[in-house]
Design a protein around this ligand. Sequence first.
Ligand SMILES: [Zn+2]
Length: 200
Amino acid sequence: MTQSLAEPIARLIEEFGKLPGVGPKTAQRLTFYLLRQSSDEARALAEAIEDVKEKIIYCGTCFNLSATDPCPICADPSRDRARICVVEEPLDILALDRTGIYKGLYHVLHGSFSPMEGVLEDDLKIRELVARVGNEPIEEVIIATNATVEGEATANLVRTRLRAARVKITRLAQGLPIGSDLEYADDYTLSRALEGRRDY
Ligand SMILES: [Zn+2]
């Protein structure tokens, strides 16, 4: 298919095609859409992609993606510093914060415990979480991993590692669809899950 296309076009289609959720048809559509845009608009997109790689770092405290370290959440004095909500991915923070119910801090594990897929405990930011709970005046750790098998295994592991810290541990209430990722849950369901969190 791409043999009859000019090389730069074929190349962009190929690059778009590597993105998650983008099939060949969409990759073609995005490419031809960009071809119709002005150079300025195309450049703005290219620069945004470059910027995200150059300027975004991990917050050294919560491991959220951020342009600053500490990130705006960790640096915000109005946050409830006695609570840490543990999530798998940075996007989960977005979903939970959008509910407006939770005003505490976060901790991003960057994945879920899944030995079958080669994700082991040391690949997750669990040790860093335990250190935080030991060093900061934390009263409650809310485990908000996904409602999946891996999310449950991760929650279990985190709880085990925090046992010695004698901190209150809670888990989001059931109600999140089983097998679902937090980031796709609607605000209402997430708010309910937060409010109904139970001892874990
Ligand atoms: Zn942070």
